[in-house]
Write a protein that binds this ligand. Structure first.
Ligand code: 5GP
Length: 119
């Protein structure tokens, strides 16, 4: 069965229907700046090929893709110059996690000291 059309805002960004401030792209992932940054650096990494609404929907076949997202995050942190000062990687899931866009994405937030625990 083919994938349902991904009508989330991130699906539209992948298809070029709405613009983004792109940081990195290859055949698997797209990284772009968050429109409401939570810090001096706030980049989102999303998978391009398969529509995975939440991390709950990832399967064993997504194992390499999930690893790719993490390695890409570390590379983006280096290119943004926040790898040594530090940063946070976040995947929000469903209501209590604060997820608002139902296309799997990882936040890279840095450029300032972040509080813990999160609110
Ligand atoms: P979530 O809350 O689902 O973990 O994160 C969704 C993120 O997407 C939010 O930080 C929000 O600011 C960002 N966002 C929502 N719409 C857009 C958009 O159209 N463009 C960009 N670049 N970011 C968006």
């Amino acid at each position: 069965m083919s994938e349902p059309v991904n009508n989330t805002i991130f699906g539209k960004i992948i298809r070029g229907e709405i613009p983004c401030d792109k940081v990195f792209e290859d055949e698997d992932v797209l990284a772009f700046r968050d429109i409401h940054p939570a810090g001096p650096t706030h980049v989102l990494i999303i998978p391009k090929k398969r529509h995975i609404p939440t991390i709950n929907d990832a399967t064993a076949e997504d194992q390499a893709l999930l690893g790719k997202m993490l390695l890409t995050a570390a590379e983006v942190a280096r290119s943004e110059g926040i790898d040594q000062s530090g940063y946070r990687l976040v995947i929000n899931c469903n209501q209590h996690g604060g997820q608002t866009v139902y296309h799997l994405h990882m936040h890279i937030i840095g450029g300032r000291a972040l509080g813990w625990p999160p609110g």
